[in-house]
Write a protein that binds this ligand. Structure first.
Ligand SMILES: [Zn+2]
Length: 340
């Protein structure tokens, strides 16, 4: 079932875990993310950047993710990542996205507030959560590039920003960067804690690809409720695709290399391609957060169903499973992050 991110993130905040938000680029990404969410029985956010939907349009991804959500019992949300303006956000809302981000972080503080409030008001009227960003995440996210150092988000500004805009979650600058890190990333945990203490909405970490799991887990412990991964997935898919073609140069069926990066994880055995890269996408989803492969189910009415392997709808007797059922399972995704 396609759900909004509202309950997901509030539950994550209340129970001290984080929901994974994964950028999807094509059908294979959508299927791989869904498969991993089912296997770990975790709620999941699939998201598209403005750059991705400039190529395809919003409706393609809405169609794919809606189909994915309807064949599963885990809560799935479709989120617009880095919405690059009011119009883009409104189009996403009209298309059926169940969550949007307006990124006004490149604007002045006041202009960011004005833009974010416009979108947040529209989202509130439609019952759709709106993520905003204050402070800058460094690096390049599609067409949106941030130059220079990553300034940390100021906690006092964050408090004022949330109060004045009505945004329902906040992406903060705490040292992470988009794209590939050229130096060891460092999350400034004290800043996370200070912002957590200053604002009451769920906090979002961008640019998580490449950040050591321990740092991510610590940030989740300190108050992050949503973590965004894009680059690692892009690398995994592309490398897996290329590895398959290198091993099967006469192959002309795009389905085969397209599925190679995640088909491997379906059986938990090496697929036709034995390349580590080919296994990476699946391993990424399952292994992320350490201990992620440990199913500690029981709380979920879906435990026992194995919808992924057969790729058939979940046999859950009360579909869709209420998000609460997954609360206790949140630490599956970020196993070592759970507080206490
Ligand atoms: Zn981002």
């Amino acid at each position: 079932m396609l759900v909004t991110t509202k309950d997901m993130l509030l539950d994550a905040q209340k129970n001290h875990y984080a929901v994974g938000a994964f950028n999807v680029e094509n059908l294979e990404f959508v299927m791989a993310v869904l498969a991993a969410a089912e296997e770990t029985k975790s709620p999941v956010i699939m998201q598209t950047t403005s750059g991705t939907i400039k190529m395809t349009g919003l409706d393609y991804f809405y169609g794919m993710v809606k189909a994915a959500a309807e064949r599963t019992s885990v809560p799935v949300a479709l989120h617009l990542d880095h919405g690059d303006g009011y119009d883009r956000c409104m189009k996403a809302l009209r298309t059926g996205y169940t969550s949007v981000m307006i990124d006004g972080s490149h604007e002045t503080f006041e202009d960011n507030i004005a833009l974010t409030k416009l979108v947040a008001d529209a989202g509130a009227a439609m019952g759709v959560p709106v993520e905003a960003e204050l402070g800058k995440v460094g690096g390049k996210e599609d067409d949106v590039e941030v130059e220079g150092e990553s300034p940390y988000t100021d906690p006092d500004e964050a408090r004022e920003f949330v109060e004045r805009t009505g945004c329902t979650s906040l992406a903060i600058g705490v040292g992470t960067s988009h794209g590939v890190y050229t130096a060891e990333p460092h999350i400034e945990q004290d800043v996370v804690k200070a912002i957590r203490a200053a604002v009451d909405v769920p906090l979002v970490l961008h640019g998580t690809s490449g950040v050591p799991d321990e740092q991510v887990a610590e940030a989740v412990k300190n108050g992050i409720c949503k973590v965004n991964y894009a680059t690692e997935l892009r690398q995994a898919f592309t490398k897996g695709f290329m590895a398959y073609m290198a091993e099967n140069p006469t192959c002309f069926d795009p389905k085969k290399p397209g599925q190679a990066p995640w088909a491997a994880r379906k059986t938990s055995t090496p697929c036709v391609s034995s390349s580590p890269e080919a296994l990476r996408l699946g391993a990424f989803f399952i292994g992320r957060g350490s201990g992620g492969s440990e199913l500690t189910g029981g709380a979920s009415p879906c435990s026992g169903a194995a919808p992924f392997r057969q790729m058939t709808p979940c046999r859950c007797p009360v579909p869709p499973c209420p998000p609460r059922a997954f609360a206790a399972l949140g630490d599956i995704t970020f196993g070592n992050a759970k507080r206490g």
